[in-house]
Design a protein around this ligand. Structure first.
Ligand SMILES: *Cc1c(COP(=O)(O)O)cnc(C)c1O
Length: 368
């Protein structure tokens, strides 16, 4: 193969659609700290995602830190999953919070509410769950556990842009949800993110915190940070948003071909799509290869197909965390470990040609 095939490739809006907005920015010289495109993107995203409030941020990691800060979670322990992108745990550590890990459920990839409950102590201050691959967590189970102990529940919904469950946005679950608009995600602003709040007061708190805590020219209401999204990225996002439905439809049809081609390969398992009452975004195409996953990864790589082992290693196995957590008894998390040791995410992005996809599945069948 001539050029490498990456696991994802950023979706970009047509340049012609961006150009008039860029001209306007050059004319107005309003570059950041809010502006027309920022206001419009917050409005249009709220409409598209079907949530009352959207607060744009500079990225998904800062979105998590802002959510924790706005909910007043400033010390103690937070129960989270080892099966995620490292940023989920990094955000806790940067916020001075101690991550405590619970296992994922044996079916699926998200936190098991029963395992979460086992980790709760008087030091527990919140639960941070992740909708891995955009598959909804067991939200009812997590809500029950959080409710029983009076704990705030935050969702890292970085993979769950546009996902709906029982006719409602998945982003309505929990006390707050965060999004990432990084170039690798279903919807991107190159870098960017958002926090989804339940109330206007909370949205306003996030909006102050992302701008150093300023509540006016001469007043600071909290230890804020700089997490603002600039006008260029907001304009890019407005142009991208017009195409996101097409992008998801295209992802859906590629997902269907993968399922058709790989569903009966004995050496691997294709995890089922989310339940019927879920409108999914087809953000990833993971397969589980219990034997020889790394060999398959290497062989595909030598053919120029760069799959990714999302999420391997487990967060608890990365060196800074191994040392940081050495003194605490880390939960065994056998389900997370099994997933990490067998998962392989295959290339999936809207302009992946079907021919290329079929070449990938043919090679996988050959190597398995
Ligand atoms: C991408 C991602 C993040 C981090 O988002 P950034 O915008 O890159 O900071 C956090 N959590 C998960 C699950 C992600 O996939």
């Amino acid at each position: 193969m001539d050029r490498p095939i990456f696991v994802t490739r950023p979706d970009m809006p047509p340049l012609e659609e961006l150009e008039p907005m860029l001209r306007q920015i050059w004319q107005s010289r309003i570059l950041t700290n809010g502006g027309e495109f920022h206001a419009r993107l917050e409005q249009e995203l709220a409409r598209y995602l079907d949530v009352p409030y959207v607060s744009l941020t500079a990225n998904g990691t800062l979105s998590l830190m802002l959510a924790l800060r706005a909910l007043g979670i400033e010390q103690g322990e937070v129960i989270t999953t080892p099966y995620s992108f490292v940023a989920t745990t990094h955000a806790l550590q940067w916020s001075g919070l101690r991550p405590v890990f619970a296992d994922i459920s044996p079916k699926g990839f998200a936190l098991d509410p029963d395992r979460v409950e086992e980790q709760i102590t008087p030091r527990t201050k919140a639960i941070l769950a992740v909708h891995v691959y955009g598959h909804p967590c067991d939200c009812a189970g997590l809500r029950r556990v959080a409710g029983r102990y009076g704990l705030p529940l935050i969702y890292d919904a970085s993979h769950a842009f546009g996902v709906r469950m029982q006719g409602r946005s998945l982003l309505e679950q929990g006390d707050m949800a965060t999004l990432s608009f990084h170039a690798t995600k279903v919807f991107n602003t190159i870098e960017g993110g958002a926090v989804i709040c339940r109330s206007l007061a909370m949205k306003q708190e996030i909006d102050r915190l992302r701008n150093f805590g300023f509540a006016g020219e001469t007043e600071i209401t909290g230890i804020g940070i700089n997490a603002k999204l600039d006008e260029l990225r907001c304009a890019y996002g407005l142009a991208a948003l017009r195409h996101v439905d097409d992008a998801i439809a295209r992802r859906r049809s590629l997902d269907a071909i993968y399922r058709r081609e790989l569903g009966a390969v004995p050496a691997l398992t294709v995890p089922p799509a989310p339940a019927e009452d879920v409108e999914w975004n087809y953000s990833h195409f993971p397969v589980l290869v219990p034997q020889g996953r790394d060999r398959l990864y290497e062989r595909l790589k030598s053919d120029g197909i760069l799959t990714r082992r999302y999420f391997y290693p487990l967060i608890t196995d990365f060196e800074p965390y191994r040392t940081l957590l050495a003194s605490q008894k880390i939960c065994e998390a056998p389900n997370a470990r099994r997933a990490a040791d067998s998962v392989l995410c295959l290339p999936l992005y809207p302009d992946l040609p079907e021919q290329t996809l079929l070449r990938i599945t043919d090679l996988i069948k050959k190597y398995c």
